[in-house]
Design a protein around this ligand. Structure first.
Ligand code: ATP
Ligand code: MG
Length: 405
Protein backbone atom coordinates (compact mmCIF):
# COMPACT_ATOMS: atom_id res chain seq x y z
CA UNK A 1 0.00 0.00 0.00
CA UNK A 2 1.25 3.44 -0.87
CA UNK A 3 0.34 5.39 2.25
CA UNK A 4 0.04 9.14 2.07
CA UNK A 5 -0.25 10.07 5.72
CA UNK A 6 -0.20 8.86 9.30
CA UNK A 7 -3.17 9.78 11.42
CA UNK A 8 -2.25 10.04 15.08
CA UNK A 9 -4.69 9.71 17.98
CA UNK A 10 -3.74 11.29 21.26
CA UNK A 11 -3.48 9.45 24.54
CA UNK A 12 -4.39 10.52 28.03
CA UNK A 13 -3.86 14.16 27.23
CA UNK A 14 -7.39 14.29 25.81
CA UNK A 15 -8.64 14.34 29.37
CA UNK A 16 -6.44 17.14 30.62
CA UNK A 17 -8.91 20.02 30.30
CA UNK A 18 -7.33 23.43 29.94
CA UNK A 19 -3.83 22.03 29.61
CA UNK A 20 -4.90 20.31 26.46
CA UNK A 21 -3.60 22.92 24.04
CA UNK A 22 -0.14 23.04 25.61
CA UNK A 23 0.04 19.24 25.66
CA UNK A 24 -0.83 19.10 21.97
CA UNK A 25 1.69 21.81 21.14
CA UNK A 26 4.37 19.93 23.04
CA UNK A 27 3.51 16.67 21.31
CA UNK A 28 3.68 18.47 17.96
CA UNK A 29 7.13 19.86 18.79
CA UNK A 30 8.38 16.50 20.06
CA UNK A 31 7.11 14.79 16.92
CA UNK A 32 8.78 17.36 14.66
CA UNK A 33 12.05 16.87 16.54
CA UNK A 34 11.83 13.08 16.42
CA UNK A 35 11.14 13.13 12.69
CA UNK A 36 13.43 16.01 11.74
CA UNK A 37 15.58 13.85 9.48
CA UNK A 38 12.62 13.20 7.15
CA UNK A 39 12.70 16.48 5.28
CA UNK A 40 9.49 16.14 3.25
CA UNK A 41 7.06 15.48 6.08
CA UNK A 42 4.32 17.95 6.94
CA UNK A 43 3.10 17.70 10.51
CA UNK A 44 -0.08 19.34 11.78
CA UNK A 45 -1.19 18.85 15.37
CA UNK A 46 -4.91 19.63 15.50
CA UNK A 47 -7.19 19.60 18.51
CA UNK A 48 -8.43 16.07 18.08
CA UNK A 49 -5.69 14.44 16.02
CA UNK A 50 -2.33 14.92 14.45
CA UNK A 51 -1.73 14.38 10.75
CA UNK A 52 1.69 13.48 9.42
CA UNK A 53 1.77 13.89 5.63
CA UNK A 54 4.39 11.61 4.19
CA UNK A 55 4.98 13.42 0.85
CA UNK A 56 6.93 10.42 -0.41
CA UNK A 57 8.87 9.57 2.78
CA UNK A 58 9.04 5.88 3.72
CA UNK A 59 6.10 4.92 5.91
CA UNK A 60 7.89 2.10 7.75
CA UNK A 61 10.87 4.19 8.75
CA UNK A 62 8.68 7.05 9.90
CA UNK A 63 6.32 4.78 11.83
CA UNK A 64 9.19 3.19 13.76
CA UNK A 65 10.08 6.58 15.15
CA UNK A 66 6.44 7.50 15.79
CA UNK A 67 6.07 4.38 17.91
CA UNK A 68 8.52 5.83 20.43
CA UNK A 69 6.87 9.20 20.95
CA UNK A 70 5.10 9.42 24.30
CA UNK A 71 1.60 10.90 24.32
CA UNK A 72 0.40 8.92 21.29
CA UNK A 73 -2.35 6.38 21.92
CA UNK A 74 -2.33 4.82 18.48
CA UNK A 75 -1.92 5.73 14.84
CA UNK A 76 -3.14 4.63 11.44
CA UNK A 77 -1.43 4.85 8.08
CA UNK A 78 -3.92 6.28 5.60
CA UNK A 79 -4.31 6.52 1.86
CA UNK A 80 -5.65 9.74 0.40
CA UNK A 81 -7.82 9.68 -2.71
CA UNK A 82 -9.73 12.38 -4.56
CA UNK A 83 -13.32 13.15 -3.48
CA UNK A 84 -14.71 10.77 -6.03
CA UNK A 85 -16.71 7.69 -5.07
CA UNK A 86 -15.38 5.58 -7.93
CA UNK A 87 -11.82 6.16 -6.76
CA UNK A 88 -12.75 5.38 -3.18
CA UNK A 89 -14.31 2.09 -4.33
CA UNK A 90 -11.19 1.13 -6.30
CA UNK A 91 -8.92 1.90 -3.36
CA UNK A 92 -11.17 -0.06 -0.98
CA UNK A 93 -10.92 -3.04 -3.33
CA UNK A 94 -7.14 -2.85 -3.44
CA UNK A 95 -7.01 -2.71 0.38
CA UNK A 96 -9.10 -5.88 0.63
CA UNK A 97 -7.02 -7.52 -2.10
CA UNK A 98 -4.13 -7.30 0.32
CA UNK A 99 -5.85 -8.39 3.50
CA UNK A 100 -8.68 -10.69 2.41
CA UNK A 101 -8.81 -14.30 3.59
CA UNK A 102 -11.54 -16.97 3.59
CA UNK A 103 -14.26 -16.41 6.17
CA UNK A 104 -13.23 -12.82 6.89
CA UNK A 105 -15.69 -10.34 8.45
CA UNK A 106 -15.63 -6.57 7.99
CA UNK A 107 -17.37 -3.28 8.41
CA UNK A 108 -17.05 0.16 6.89
CA UNK A 109 -16.87 3.10 9.24
CA UNK A 110 -17.28 6.50 7.61
CA UNK A 111 -17.00 9.91 9.19
CA UNK A 112 -17.27 13.31 7.60
CA UNK A 113 -15.60 16.50 8.63
CA UNK A 114 -17.03 18.04 5.44
CA UNK A 115 -20.80 17.81 5.66
CA UNK A 116 -21.36 19.17 2.17
CA UNK A 117 -20.09 16.06 0.47
CA UNK A 118 -22.68 14.55 -1.88
CA UNK A 119 -23.16 11.37 0.21
CA UNK A 120 -23.72 11.12 3.95
CA UNK A 121 -21.98 8.56 6.13
CA UNK A 122 -24.71 5.93 5.93
CA UNK A 123 -24.86 6.15 2.17
CA UNK A 124 -21.09 5.81 1.91
CA UNK A 125 -21.08 2.84 4.28
CA UNK A 126 -23.71 1.16 2.08
CA UNK A 127 -22.03 1.91 -1.23
CA UNK A 128 -18.60 0.71 -0.11
CA UNK A 129 -19.94 -2.27 1.82
CA UNK A 130 -21.79 -3.34 -1.33
CA UNK A 131 -18.64 -3.02 -3.43
CA UNK A 132 -16.68 -5.25 -1.05
CA UNK A 133 -19.46 -7.86 -0.80
CA UNK A 134 -19.63 -8.06 -4.62
CA UNK A 135 -15.90 -8.42 -5.10
CA UNK A 136 -14.96 -10.78 -2.28
CA UNK A 137 -17.11 -13.94 -2.26
CA UNK A 138 -17.77 -15.34 1.19
CA UNK A 139 -16.89 -12.16 3.07
CA UNK A 140 -19.47 -11.11 5.69
CA UNK A 141 -20.44 -7.85 7.32
CA UNK A 142 -20.16 -7.89 11.10
CA UNK A 143 -20.88 -4.86 13.29
CA UNK A 144 -19.29 -6.06 16.53
CA UNK A 145 -15.60 -6.90 16.43
CA UNK A 146 -15.19 -7.62 12.74
CA UNK A 147 -11.79 -8.85 11.52
CA UNK A 148 -11.22 -5.60 9.71
CA UNK A 149 -12.68 -2.11 9.90
CA UNK A 150 -12.15 0.07 6.88
CA UNK A 151 -12.25 3.64 8.13
CA UNK A 152 -13.21 6.28 5.61
CA UNK A 153 -12.88 9.95 6.42
CA UNK A 154 -14.27 12.65 4.17
CA UNK A 155 -12.31 15.87 4.50
CA UNK A 156 -12.27 19.04 2.44
CA UNK A 157 -9.07 18.15 0.65
CA UNK A 158 -9.81 14.50 -0.08
CA UNK A 159 -11.02 11.18 1.28
CA UNK A 160 -8.78 9.15 3.58
CA UNK A 161 -8.89 5.37 3.95
CA UNK A 162 -7.25 3.39 6.72
CA UNK A 163 -7.64 -0.08 8.19
CA UNK A 164 -4.76 -0.59 10.61
CA UNK A 165 -4.46 0.78 14.12
CA UNK A 166 -0.98 0.55 15.54
CA UNK A 167 -0.49 1.01 19.29
CA UNK A 168 1.56 4.06 20.20
CA UNK A 169 3.92 4.41 23.16
CA UNK A 170 1.19 5.79 25.45
CA UNK A 171 2.22 8.03 28.33
CA UNK A 172 2.42 11.82 28.24
CA UNK A 173 4.48 14.06 25.96
CA UNK A 174 8.01 14.46 27.29
CA UNK A 175 8.39 17.90 28.83
CA UNK A 176 4.82 18.29 30.05
CA UNK A 177 5.77 17.22 33.59
CA UNK A 178 8.78 19.50 33.96
CA UNK A 179 12.45 18.68 34.33
CA UNK A 180 14.01 15.93 36.45
CA UNK A 181 17.43 14.39 37.00
CA UNK A 182 18.03 10.67 36.58
CA UNK A 183 20.84 9.04 38.53
CA UNK A 184 22.11 6.82 35.74
CA UNK A 185 24.54 4.02 36.56
CA UNK A 186 25.62 1.36 34.10
CA UNK A 187 23.20 -1.16 35.56
CA UNK A 188 19.87 -2.62 34.47
CA UNK A 189 17.53 -0.66 36.71
CA UNK A 190 18.27 3.00 36.27
CA UNK A 191 17.78 3.11 32.47
CA UNK A 192 14.38 1.45 33.01
CA UNK A 193 13.57 4.02 35.70
CA UNK A 194 14.54 6.70 33.16
CA UNK A 195 12.28 5.24 30.50
CA UNK A 196 9.35 5.17 32.92
CA UNK A 197 9.96 8.78 34.01
CA UNK A 198 10.13 9.94 30.39
CA UNK A 199 6.89 8.08 29.76
CA UNK A 200 5.14 10.23 32.35
CA UNK A 201 6.29 13.37 30.58
CA UNK A 202 9.45 14.16 32.57
CA UNK A 203 12.16 15.99 30.67
CA UNK A 204 15.19 14.09 31.99
CA UNK A 205 18.85 14.91 32.31
CA UNK A 206 21.29 12.14 33.24
CA UNK A 207 23.65 12.41 36.19
CA UNK A 208 26.46 9.85 36.22
CA UNK A 209 29.13 9.52 38.92
CA UNK A 210 32.46 8.12 37.83
CA UNK A 211 35.71 7.47 39.66
CA UNK A 212 38.80 7.40 37.53
CA UNK A 213 41.23 5.66 37.73
CA UNK A 214 39.16 3.07 39.62
CA UNK A 215 36.53 3.08 36.89
CA UNK A 216 37.52 2.84 33.25
CA UNK A 217 36.73 5.07 30.31
CA UNK A 218 34.59 2.16 29.11
CA UNK A 219 32.34 2.37 32.16
CA UNK A 220 31.74 6.05 31.44
CA UNK A 221 31.10 5.30 27.78
CA UNK A 222 28.68 2.56 28.72
CA UNK A 223 26.55 5.08 30.64
CA UNK A 224 26.68 7.41 27.64
CA UNK A 225 25.74 4.59 25.29
CA UNK A 226 22.77 3.76 27.54
CA UNK A 227 21.73 7.39 27.16
CA UNK A 228 21.63 7.00 23.37
CA UNK A 229 19.05 4.24 23.91
CA UNK A 230 16.77 6.60 25.83
CA UNK A 231 17.22 9.45 23.34
CA UNK A 232 14.61 8.19 20.82
CA UNK A 233 11.99 8.77 23.52
CA UNK A 234 13.27 12.16 24.54
CA UNK A 235 15.15 13.84 21.72
CA UNK A 236 18.63 15.00 22.74
CA UNK A 237 19.53 14.25 26.36
CA UNK A 238 22.04 16.13 28.50
CA UNK A 239 24.53 13.79 30.15
CA UNK A 240 26.15 15.24 33.24
CA UNK A 241 29.25 13.40 34.42
CA UNK A 242 30.36 14.08 37.97
CA UNK A 243 33.83 13.13 39.25
CA UNK A 244 33.38 11.04 42.37
CA UNK A 245 36.88 9.77 43.08
CA UNK A 246 37.86 12.13 45.87
CA UNK A 247 34.59 11.58 47.70
CA UNK A 248 34.88 7.80 47.47
CA UNK A 249 38.49 7.76 48.61
CA UNK A 250 37.68 10.02 51.55
CA UNK A 251 34.64 8.05 52.60
CA UNK A 252 36.55 4.81 52.27
CA UNK A 253 39.36 6.01 54.53
CA UNK A 254 37.35 8.00 57.11
CA UNK A 255 34.02 6.20 57.53
CA UNK A 256 33.36 2.71 59.01
CA UNK A 257 32.96 0.18 56.20
CA UNK A 258 29.37 -0.64 57.15
CA UNK A 259 28.32 2.97 56.46
CA UNK A 260 30.36 3.41 53.30
CA UNK A 261 27.43 2.78 50.98
CA UNK A 262 25.03 5.00 52.90
CA UNK A 263 27.42 7.94 53.05
CA UNK A 264 28.38 7.62 49.38
CA UNK A 265 24.70 7.69 48.44
CA UNK A 266 24.13 10.73 50.63
CA UNK A 267 26.90 12.50 48.73
CA UNK A 268 25.34 11.51 45.43
CA UNK A 269 22.02 13.00 46.49
CA UNK A 270 23.60 16.18 47.79
CA UNK A 271 25.36 16.61 44.45
CA UNK A 272 22.13 15.93 42.57
CA UNK A 273 20.34 18.53 44.66
CA UNK A 274 22.93 21.17 43.78
CA UNK A 275 22.79 20.24 40.12
CA UNK A 276 18.98 20.35 40.21
CA UNK A 277 19.12 23.81 41.73
CA UNK A 278 21.40 25.06 38.96
CA UNK A 279 19.39 23.48 36.19
CA UNK A 280 15.84 24.05 37.43
CA UNK A 281 15.05 20.38 37.93
CA UNK A 282 12.16 19.54 40.24
CA UNK A 283 12.98 15.99 41.34
CA UNK A 284 15.62 13.27 41.42
CA UNK A 285 14.89 9.85 39.87
CA UNK A 286 16.85 6.67 40.53
CA UNK A 287 16.67 2.92 39.87
CA UNK A 288 16.29 1.66 43.42
CA UNK A 289 13.96 -1.27 43.89
CA UNK A 290 12.82 -2.29 47.35
CA UNK A 291 14.69 -5.28 48.72
CA UNK A 292 16.61 -5.96 45.54
CA UNK A 293 19.97 -5.66 47.25
CA UNK A 294 20.90 -5.22 50.88
CA UNK A 295 21.29 -1.47 50.53
CA UNK A 296 17.82 -0.94 49.06
CA UNK A 297 15.71 -1.10 52.20
CA UNK A 298 13.29 1.52 53.47
CA UNK A 299 15.70 2.31 56.31
CA UNK A 300 18.41 2.90 53.77
CA UNK A 301 16.16 5.08 51.62
CA UNK A 302 15.27 7.16 54.67
CA UNK A 303 18.93 7.57 55.61
CA UNK A 304 19.73 8.72 52.09
CA UNK A 305 16.72 11.03 51.64
CA UNK A 306 17.78 12.78 54.85
CA UNK A 307 20.14 15.10 52.94
CA UNK A 308 17.65 16.61 50.51
CA UNK A 309 14.18 18.09 50.48
CA UNK A 310 13.72 17.41 46.77
CA UNK A 311 11.42 14.49 45.94
CA UNK A 312 13.49 11.34 45.29
CA UNK A 313 11.34 9.30 42.93
CA UNK A 314 11.91 5.61 42.29
CA UNK A 315 9.87 4.42 39.29
CA UNK A 316 10.91 0.75 39.67
CA UNK A 317 10.61 0.63 43.45
CA UNK A 318 7.94 -2.08 43.50
CA UNK A 319 8.82 -3.96 40.33
CA UNK A 320 10.20 -7.49 40.35
CA UNK A 321 13.60 -7.91 38.72
CA UNK A 322 12.10 -10.04 35.94
CA UNK A 323 9.66 -7.33 35.03
CA UNK A 324 12.39 -4.71 35.06
CA UNK A 325 14.41 -6.92 32.72
CA UNK A 326 11.44 -7.25 30.36
CA UNK A 327 11.30 -3.47 30.01
CA UNK A 328 15.09 -3.30 29.63
CA UNK A 329 14.85 -5.76 26.75
CA UNK A 330 12.03 -3.82 25.14
CA UNK A 331 14.00 -0.57 25.20
CA UNK A 332 17.18 -2.37 24.15
CA UNK A 333 19.28 -1.44 27.17
CA UNK A 334 19.58 -4.93 28.66
CA UNK A 335 22.48 -6.21 26.54
CA UNK A 336 24.45 -3.07 27.27
CA UNK A 337 23.65 -3.09 30.98
CA UNK A 338 25.01 -6.58 31.47
CA UNK A 339 28.39 -5.73 29.94
CA UNK A 340 30.85 -6.06 32.76
CA UNK A 341 32.52 -2.62 33.00
CA UNK A 342 32.97 -1.74 36.66
CA UNK A 343 30.77 0.93 38.17
CA UNK A 344 32.05 3.29 40.86
CA UNK A 345 29.72 1.73 43.44
CA UNK A 346 30.77 -1.83 42.81
CA UNK A 347 34.42 -1.00 43.29
CA UNK A 348 33.94 0.73 46.60
CA UNK A 349 31.21 -1.60 47.80
CA UNK A 350 31.79 -2.89 51.33
CA UNK A 351 31.47 -6.63 51.86
CA UNK A 352 28.70 -6.12 54.43
CA UNK A 353 26.75 -2.89 53.94
CA UNK A 354 24.33 -1.91 56.71
CA UNK A 355 20.84 -2.91 55.70
CA UNK A 356 19.30 -0.73 58.40
CA UNK A 357 21.54 2.33 58.61
CA UNK A 358 20.67 4.90 61.28
CA UNK A 359 20.30 8.51 60.28
CA UNK A 360 22.00 9.81 63.43
CA UNK A 361 25.05 7.60 62.83
CA UNK A 362 25.30 8.69 59.21
CA UNK A 363 25.17 12.32 60.26
CA UNK A 364 27.76 11.76 62.93
CA UNK A 365 30.29 10.08 60.61
CA UNK A 366 29.80 12.82 58.06
CA UNK A 367 30.37 15.58 60.57
CA UNK A 368 34.04 14.59 60.55
CA UNK A 369 34.34 15.13 56.78
CA UNK A 370 34.78 18.33 54.78
CA UNK A 371 31.39 17.86 53.14
CA UNK A 372 31.18 21.35 51.62
CA UNK A 373 34.68 21.22 50.15
CA UNK A 374 34.17 17.74 48.70
CA UNK A 375 30.89 18.78 47.10
CA UNK A 376 32.31 22.01 45.68
CA UNK A 377 35.30 20.28 44.12
CA UNK A 378 33.12 17.57 42.55
CA UNK A 379 30.76 20.23 41.15
CA UNK A 380 33.71 22.12 39.70
CA UNK A 381 34.71 19.03 37.72
CA UNK A 382 31.34 18.43 36.03
CA UNK A 383 31.23 17.92 32.26
CA UNK A 384 28.05 18.02 30.19
CA UNK A 385 27.56 16.26 26.85
CA UNK A 386 24.46 16.39 24.69
CA UNK A 387 23.61 12.90 23.47
CA UNK A 388 21.35 11.88 20.59
CA UNK A 389 20.08 8.53 19.37
CA UNK A 390 22.56 8.35 16.49
CA UNK A 391 25.62 8.92 18.67
CA UNK A 392 27.88 6.06 19.66
CA UNK A 393 30.34 5.76 22.49
CA UNK A 394 31.11 2.13 23.20
CA UNK A 395 31.54 0.72 19.73
CA UNK A 396 33.63 3.61 18.51
CA UNK A 397 35.86 3.11 21.52
CA UNK A 398 36.18 -0.63 20.95
CA UNK A 399 37.03 -0.06 17.30
CA UNK A 400 39.79 2.39 18.08
CA UNK A 401 41.13 -0.05 20.66
CA UNK A 402 41.21 -2.73 18.00
CA UNK A 403 43.08 -0.39 15.65
CA UNK A 404 45.70 0.27 18.28
CA UNK A 405 46.40 -3.41 18.75
P1 ATP B 1 21.28 -0.14 38.60
O1 ATP B 1 20.92 -1.42 37.93
O2 ATP B 1 20.48 1.02 38.11
O3 ATP B 1 22.74 0.10 38.65
P2 ATP B 1 21.43 -1.41 41.11
O4 ATP B 1 20.40 -2.40 41.41
O5 ATP B 1 22.76 -1.85 40.67
O6 ATP B 1 20.82 -0.36 40.08
P3 ATP B 1 22.70 0.24 43.07
O7 ATP B 1 24.00 0.02 42.46
O8 ATP B 1 22.45 -0.01 44.50
O9 ATP B 1 21.52 -0.53 42.38
O10 ATP B 1 22.24 1.73 42.74
C1 ATP B 1 20.98 2.19 43.06
C2 ATP B 1 20.68 3.43 42.22
O11 ATP B 1 21.65 4.46 42.51
C3 ATP B 1 20.85 3.17 40.74
O12 ATP B 1 19.70 2.62 40.18
C4 ATP B 1 21.15 4.54 40.22
O13 ATP B 1 19.96 5.29 40.08
C5 ATP B 1 21.97 5.15 41.35
N1 ATP B 1 23.40 4.98 41.02
C6 ATP B 1 24.22 3.98 41.39
N2 ATP B 1 25.46 4.15 40.87
C7 ATP B 1 25.43 5.30 40.17
C8 ATP B 1 26.39 6.05 39.41
N3 ATP B 1 27.64 5.63 39.25
N4 ATP B 1 25.99 7.19 38.84
C9 ATP B 1 24.73 7.63 38.97
N5 ATP B 1 23.80 6.98 39.67
C10 ATP B 1 24.12 5.84 40.27
MG1 MG C 1 24.28 -0.62 39.92
Amino acid sequence: MQYTEIMVRYGELSTKGKNRRSFIDRLGTNTRNALASFKNLEIKAHRDRMHIRLNGEDYHQVSQRVQKIFGIQNFSPAIKVARDVEQVKQTAISVFNEVFYDGMTFKINTRRSDHNFEYDTNQLNDILGGTILENFPGIKVKMKQPDIILRVEVRLDGIYLSYEQIPGAGGLPVGTAGKGLLMLSGGIDSPVAGYLALKRGVDLEMVHFYSPPYTSEQALNKAKELTTKLAPYAGKIKFIQVPFTEIQETVKSDVPASYLMTIQRRFMLRLCEKIAENRNALAIFNGESLGQVASQTMESMAAINDVTSLPVLRPVVSMDKNDIIKVAEKIDTFELSIKPYEDCCTIFAPSAPKTKPRIDRAREYESKLDVVGLIDRALAGIKITEIGSDDHYLNAQEDSFAELL
